[in-house]
Ligand binder design. Sequence first.
Ligand code: SF4
Length: 190
Amino acid sequence: MYRLFNLMMTDYITSWDLKQFIYCPMITWIRSNYLVEEPSNPNMELGKISIDEKELIAKELNLPQPIRYEVHIVSKKLKAAGIVDIVAGSKRATVVEVKKFYRHQVNHFETQLKFYAYLVNAELTPVHKAILKVGNKVLNYLISGEELRRVEELIRKVREVREKPNPPTVNTPPNKCIKCWYRRYCISHN
Ligand code: SF4
């Protein structure tokens, strides 16, 4: 994790960057321009899942062999990095992201999952399927070329905001700002 944090402070992109960008692009700008980072909280620790649990999940999902767990990918070519919960199969892989607790809103997890699919596709093997397991709920996605292009475009936008000297214009709803740790640094919170 610390290694990823260090990468994050360089020009590498991680799933964390993408998730924060879709929450509010101002967070991306603040992190990059002020070099501040929200400290980890107890909820993050509670949500951790062991490799033993991931092995059970792989069996439940009947994933194809070979199955690899917690796959570290650092792409020098793409300047992007991530730790993928499960990569299964060889020629047409399935990528899995596991979340311990059920959430109603999963769009940020979907972004994370598709980013991992993009990384695995670029660095390891072609990906045709992705699975998000949120609590007991299992969501399946087919990974198309169009899907991977959307991830690429999102990465481009994150880099653009990071590199700009001036903050982006955002119109983030107040209910998001209230919960935002970066509010103390933000010039445009609601
Ligand atoms: S306080 Fe609101 S506008 Fe500012 S970074 Fe947080 S979510 Fe974005």
